[in-house]
Structures are given as structure tokens and as C-alpha cells.
Ligand binder design. Structure first.
Ligand code: XMP
Length: 505
């Protein structure tokens, strides 16, 4: 097991995922964790992550010297690289910013074994190590960073100023794999075969008591429900149709769960209630709050109705939802309030059961396959909790919802038919709060404007617009204008995130 000590980087989860993909289990612990807790984990290697601070700032994250005396290899990445150098008496200074792809002149030793003399790496720092502690040697440099990689082979301490965990460091996986070799880790971790243990754990936890769980049709809640289904006969699922889902989706969700043999499946059609509460509301955050609250009201109502005997709340919480310190959004400004099935109130006094709490999304999907779920259910594009309400700019009305559902359905249909659906992270249509003039069959039209958005992304934190072929966009656009009455213009969004976000509100 490799323990990642989180110093606040947005990439901490990425390191953990990469290590797991190399078949070694890894876990995150915040830098504030007591030494005893770190020792108790008994790791075979430790990685100090990156972070937004500088080592010489007051109260900057740090690591206790005893960590280096545990007798296991230690790797520092970015901030971790600077911190180790600082703790051992090297010199770290505020330097000019280096950001983006750089060429590393590497000595193919230790961590960099097997690498070429010139390697593309990804840099993001404004602080640099300029003098190394005694007995440390430089193993890699870039034009602007002389100490971009170092090693102290005797104590097996290593540092990398660049990020081996991001894709742009082309041989990053090889570097991490070298670290695992140095740690002498056996490559045995896999999700295969894990489902039986997760079912057993859930069975022991709930012990035949009633479990209630909200499901949305999304991957996490579906896979979690599948595990709970095998762990107990006393499982109730609640699906709240908020009227803000994609075309035909509520029906599909219901059919799916019934087909999968879930017995106590409660579908609640609350679309009128949501629409009523959204009447006249145009402010994005207010929309989100109203939807979150309405969801809780409906869910609580259902729990009361089902009555006593329910002691547990099942949730599809996954590892990144749980390790808050490694979530950039927890410390960064609130850009959007997320209301998910996970945000249910504590006052419900139900005990939590979260079978997927240690897994990443890609692992959840793999597990889903093992549990007999179809690819089509597991590899769907992400869909926001507040649904189409955040894709209708301005007030949400029944008429606008219908227009948007139809347009979105056509776009997704064209993407699927042309096999572009699986190549994009997310794609959808949104409705703008404006009308435009057009001409159709010699008649003047005055209709709504639809915008199509398709993005590529790794984790939704950054995104690039998808370079879809022009013929595909044209086909989708003309089908939309021809078939969806009231729409006479289609735009394609070519903004990246940042500065835009993926959704519109
Ligand atoms: P943004 O728009 O912030 O979205 O770039 C990033 C990713 O998060 C999804 N998203 C949500 N997901 N509840 C969710 O479960 C929400 O309230 C929510 N808002 C945005 C969005 O679709 C994208 O994948």
C-alpha cells in the first residue's frame, strides 16, 4: 500500500488513481494527520503531494521528520519535492512561474530509470529548489528549473518538481511504476473479485435492518444499489422524477431498475412540484437551492410513508466525495452549489451505508460490469443533479423543457449513431433566453436559440470543446430546426473550461 500525504493539490486524487491503475492499493491522508495514524497504515511507500502554498509561508503544510525514518521510500511531488529539500536543509525560493509542457533532460537513474534523455513533463510551479541538501543528487533539469528531479538513493528519498500523474508527462506512469519497484510493492490490487467482499461487508453492516436509498439512474447510485440488493432483502429505492431529466429518461430509469429485479422500487412523480417552485426564478444559485430543497422534501415524505423499520440510508458516495481535503472545491470559492443525492440532511437520523466509499469512478464502472450491469448504463455521460434547469438559462417553463428535451435528444442520437458519444466526456443542448429571426418555407420565423455543447475532459475540472466533425454538427443542427417547432437557430459552444464551466448555470 502506498500512502499519499495530501498537501492540498488538485492532483492528489490523480496520483492515487494512477497508483491503483498500476495495481497497487493507495490511499490519501491529510498532512494534518497525526504521525501515529500514518505509521498505523503501514505503507510500503509514501508520496508527499503537491499543494498551492510555498514552504516558507507561515503555517504552510509540513511533514514530520519521523516519516523519513519509517524505513520506506518517500517521493515528493511539486510542493512535496520542495518540502523535502527544505526539511533537509536545501534552499527553496520563490521563482519565475513555469507552467505547461517542458522538456526534461533526464539522467536515467533511480525513478527515471528507463527514460529517454529528453522527456516531456508537465510543470506548474512558482517556487523552486535552488540548492540541494547534502547527499542529494540532481537527476533531471528543464531549461528554467535546474533541480527538476533529485534522488537520495541511500535513504530512498526522491523529488520531482513536475507532475508525473498528469497525462502531459508522457512517461509519468513509468516513473510512478519505478517508484513502486523501489518500494518493492507487489502488483496485486484489482477491482476484480471485490464485489463479493463488498456485498459481505454491506450484509454485515445492515444486518437485515431496512435500508432506503435514493437513485437517479446515475452510475454511482446504481452500482451501490446493486451491491445492497445482494446484501439484503430489505432494500427500498426511491426515484424522484423532478421533471428536469432528459427525454424519456424517467421511464428508462424505472424500466431498468425493475428489469434488474429491484423489488421495492418507489418512483415519485414530483415534476409538477419542482416546476411550481421554480416559477419566476431566474437566478442560477437560487434555482439550485430550490431544487435541492424540493428533492429533500420529497425524499423525506417517502421515508415517512414507508415507515418504521428503516435504519440505514444507502448512498453512492465514492472516494473523491469523501476525502474532502483533496477536493479543490472545498477550499476554493463556491462556483456552483451541487445538490446531489448525497446531500441528504443529517436530521434524518439514519445510519449510513456506503459500499463504494473507497473507490474511484473507473473502479465503480469495472465493479458494475462484474455485477452484471450493462455498458450502456455504466458509461453514460455525467448529468447534473439539478438537470435541465441549469441548461435553460432564465426561467424554467414546461414549454422550454419540452423544446430542450427534443433538441438534446436529437444531438445525443446523432452522437451515438456516429460513434462520437463514447469519445466525448459530456454533450448536451442548452436553451438560450433569446429569440432570433429566421426564414422557413418563405415564411418569417421568430424562434428560440439552442446551443450545443460537447467537451472532452478527464475529470470535469478542466475541459476542452470537442472537435466534432462539421457534417455531424450540421446534421444535428438541421434535424433540430426541422423537427423541433419553435427553434430556428443552433449554435456550437467553443469555450474551454476555464474560463467557462461545462454547464451553463
Ligand atoms: P461545471 O459546470 O461546474 O460542471 O463545469 C462540472 C461537472 O459537474 C457536473 N455538475 C453537477 N453534477 N450535481 C452533479 O451531480 C450538480 O449540481 C452539478 N452541477 C454540475 C457537470 O455536468 C460536469 O460534469
Amino acid at each position: 500500500m502506498i500512502l499519499i500525504i495530501d498537501m492540498g493539490s488538485q492532483y492528489t486524487h490523480l496520483i492515487t488513481r494512477r497508483i491503483r491503475q498500476l495495481k497497487v492499493y493507495s490511499e490519501i491522508i491529510p498532512w494534518t494527520a497525526p504521525l501515529a495514524e500514518i505509521q498505523a497504515k503501514n505503507p510500503e511507500g509514501i508520496i508527499l503531494s503537491g499543494g498551492p502554498r510555498s514552504v516558507f509561508e507561515k503555517n504552510a503544510p509540513t511533514a514530520s521528520r519521523e516519516i523519513f525514518e519509517m524505513g520506506v521510500p518517500v517521493l515528493g511531488v511539486c510542493y512535496g519535492h520542495q518540502l523535502i529539500a527544505h526539511l533537509y536543509g536545501g534552499r527553496v525560493i520563490s521563482s519565475s512561474k513555469e507552467y505547461g509542457k517542458e522538456t526534461l533532460a533526464a539522467r536515467p537513474l533511480h525513478l527515471l530509470k528507463g527514460l529517454g534523455k529528453k522527456e516531456q513533463v508537465w510543470m506548474s510551479h512558482g517556487t523552486s529548489v535552488v540548492e540541494l541538501p547534502k547527499e542529494f543528487e540532481v537527476t533531471g533539469s528543464t531549461p528554467d528549473c535546474r533541480i527538476a528531479a533529485y534522488a537520495e538513493p541511500k535513504r530512498r528519498i526522491y523529488g520531482l518538481q513536475f507532475h508525473p500523474e498528469v497525462q502531459h508527462t508522457l512517461n509519468g506512469a513509468k516513473i510512478l511504476s519505478n517508484f513502486l519497484d523501489i518500494c518493492k510493492c507487489r502488483r496485486t490490487y484489482t477491482v476484480k473479485g471485490m464485489s463479493a467482499r463488498l456485498v459481505e461487508d454491506a450484509r454485515a453492516a445492515v444486518h437485515k435492518k431496512g435500508v432506503i436509498m435514493a437513485v437517479s439512474g446515475g452510475v454511482d447510485s446504481l452500482v451501490a444499489a446493486r451491491i445492497l440488493q445482494q446484501a439484503t432483502d430489505n432494500l427500498h429505492l426511491v426515484f424522484v422524477d423532478n421533471g428536469l431529466m432528459r427525454k424519456d429518461e424517467p421511464e428508462q430509469v424505472k424500466t431498468t431498475f425493475v428489469k434488474l429485479g429491484f423489488r421495492n422500487f418507489h418512483a415519485v412523480d414530483a415534476s409538477e412540484l419542482f416546476l411550481k417552485r421554480l416559477k419566476g426564478i431566474t437566478e442560477p444559485e437560487e434555482k439550485r437551492r430550490i431544487i435541492g430543497k424540493a428533492f429533500i422534501n420529497v425524499f423525506e415524505g417517502k421515508v415517512k410513508e414507508i415507515g418504521s423499520g428503516i435504519e440505514f440510508l444507502g448512498q453512492g458516495t465514492i472516494y473523491p466525495d469523501r476525502i474532502e481535503s483533496a477536493q479543490p472545491s472545498k477550499t476554493a470559492a463556491v462556483i456552483k452549489t451541487h445538490h446531489n443525492v448525497g446531500g441528504l440532511p443529517k436530521k434524518m437520523k439514519l445510519k449510513l451505508v456506503e459500499p463504494l466509499k473507497d473507490l474511484y469512478k473507473d473502479e465503480v464502472r469495472e465493479l458494475g460490469l462484474e455485477l452484471g450491469l450493462e455498458n450502456e448504463l455504466l458509461y453514460r455521460h455525467p448529468f447534473p443533479g439539478p438537470g435541465l434547469a441549469v441548461r435553460i438559462i432564465g426561467e424554467v417553463t414546461k414549454e422550454k423543457l419540452e423544446l430542450l428535451k427534443d433538441a438534446d435528444h436529437i444531438f445525443i442520437d446523432e452522437l451515438k449513431k456516429s460513434k462520437h458519444y463514447d469519445k466525448t466526456w459530456q454533450a448536451f443542448a442548452a436553451l438560450l433566453p433569446a429569440k432570433a429571426v429566421g426564414v422557413m418555407g418563405d415564411e418569417r420565423t421568430y424562434g428560440h436559440i439552442i446551443v450545443l455543447r460537447a467537451v472532452s475532459s478527464m475529470d470535469a475540472m478542466t475541459a476542452d470543446w470537442a472537435r466534432l466533425p462539421d457534417w455531424l454538427l450540421e446534421k444535428a443542427a438541421s434535424r433540430i430546426v426541422r423537427n423541433v417547432k419553435g427553434i430556428n437557430r443552433v449554435l456550437y459552444d467553443i469555450t474551454q473550461k476555464p474560463p467557462a464551466t461545462i454547464e451553463y448555470e
